[in-house]
Write a protein that binds this ligand. Structure first.
Ligand SMILES: Nc1ncnc2c1ncn2[C@@H]1O[C@H](COP(=O)(O)OP(=O)(O)OP(=O)(O)O)[C@@H](O)[C@H]1O
Length: 257
């Protein structure tokens, strides 16, 4: 049995009187790719920020590899990687320098760092331009640098906020392969996405968040059974559970258009 590597207990975030994440109980095991779905404003980014220690919860706890992120943040952070939706890079560093910087922060030994950096630069197709300044990189290339930097210390837990935004199809496929390999090696992968097909193809289990509350979780197959009809796509289930009729119309109009 794989260990639970990500766990939340009654995780809650309030801004003034408004609760934007409400009593979330989640468990993600090693070896699992967990998709975190929900309409705009559901609370996905807020949850990920609490899991990474960037935001303090108003109530409840979050654990990474059994370390409480509020009480033992250094230990928890050493074992995790976070890929934010709006990655910030140092424009005056090259990709290779950036990977070395992140390696140093995670105390990756120097010889290991060089070998891993070369491997990751090669894997993401960045080697030819690895010594150019990041300020000259396209959005997709920057995204790849952030992904490479997230893998350099071989995290046990990786949290990604909308990671496919800005990636071309080949890079999105590469991301999927990389995440599957990480999971195969025993890491817990937590991905928030709007792209339901990606969740359906990539994730072992998904949770659907609406107005800060978990309204369903399970494998895409289990969710299909829960909603009670056969043969539906995860998108149909998502729209049904989140009551997104306006989205359904939008999708239809795009199909017709
Ligand atoms: N600093 C803040 N102060 C007040 N409200 C906030 C703050 N940050 C987020 N919120 C609110 O919390 C709710 C959840 O936001 P969050 O960014 O977590 O949603 P999300 O599911 O990631 O949305 P999206 O898919 O649009 O990125 C939203 O209603 C948002 O307006």
């Amino acid at each position: 049995m794989e260990r639970i590597l990500i766990k939340t207990h009654q995780l809650t975030k309030r801004y003034g009187p408004v609760s934007v994440v409400k009593g979330l109980n989640l468990e993600v095991k090693g070896g699992e790719i967990f998709g975190f779905l929900g309409p705009n404003g559901a609370g996905k980014t807020t949850t990920i920020k609490m899991l990474t220690g960037l935001l303090d919860p108003s109530e409840g706890e979050a654990f990474i590899c059994d370390y409480d992120i509020s009480k033992q943040p250094t230990k928890a952070k050493a074992l995790m990687a976070y890929v934010p939706d709006q990655p910030k890079l140092y424009g005056k560093l090259s990709a290779r320098e950036f990977l070395y910087l992140i390696s140093a922060l995670y105390r990756v030994p120097k010889d290991v760092m060089k070998e891993r950096a070369e491997q990751l630069l090669g894997m993401f197709g960045l080697r030819d331009r690895a010594d150019e300044l990041l300020e000259g990189y396209s959005h997709g290339m920057r995204q790849k640098v952030v992904l490479a930097s997230a893998l350099i210390h071989q995290p046990k837990v990786i949290l990604l906020d909308e990671p496919t935004v800005g990636l071309d199809p080949a890079s999105a496929r590469l991301l999927k392969d990389v995440l599957q390999e990480l999971a195969r090696q025993g890491a817990a992968v937590f991905v928030s996405t709007h792209i339901l097909e990606i969740a359906e193809r990539m994730c072992h289990r998904v949770a659907i968040l609406k107005d800060g509350q978990l309204i369903a979780q399970g494998s895409p197959e289990e969710l299909r059974q829960k909603v009670g009809h056969g043969g539906e796509s995860l998108e149909d289930i998502f729209l049904e559970l989140t009551g997104g009729n306006e989205n359904a119309d939008l999708i239809k109009s795009l199909e017709e258009g």
